[in-house]
Write a protein that binds this ligand. Structure first.
Ligand SMILES: [Zn+2]
Length: 95
């Protein structure tokens, strides 16, 4: 099955078979990840992502991007941390 010869331009063919991958389709992937889709649309988009290689990579890429963004936000030193460090410096000075 996996060893069948692949047609040239499979990516766009896959998408065409799945109703095409327009910008609104990409938008659906973002909404899908946001959990902003209705149950019916959610099932539809999930089925499409599972069967469409370009959408799958778009979906995976978006997950990675979101993960990186989330992590970089967590690691950004909040004001409270800066205050704690300043207080510690003060404490060290006075001790
Ligand atoms: Zn697609």
């Amino acid at each position: 099955m996996t060893h069948e010869t692949q047609d040239v331009g499979t990516e766009s063919d896959d998408c065409a078979q799945n109703g095409g991958c327009t910008e609104s389709r990409m938008d659906s992937i973002y909404k899908y990840l946001d959990g902003a889709l209705e149950q019916q649309d959610f099932t539809e988009v999930r089925a499409h992502i599972e069967n469409c290689t370009p959408c799958q990579s778009e979906h995976d890429l978006e997950i990675i991007i979101r993960d990186v963004v989330r992590r970089s936000c967590d690691e950004k030193a909040p004001e409270s941390l800066k205050d704690r460090i300043l207080h510690r410096i003060e404490a060290l000075k006075t001790s």
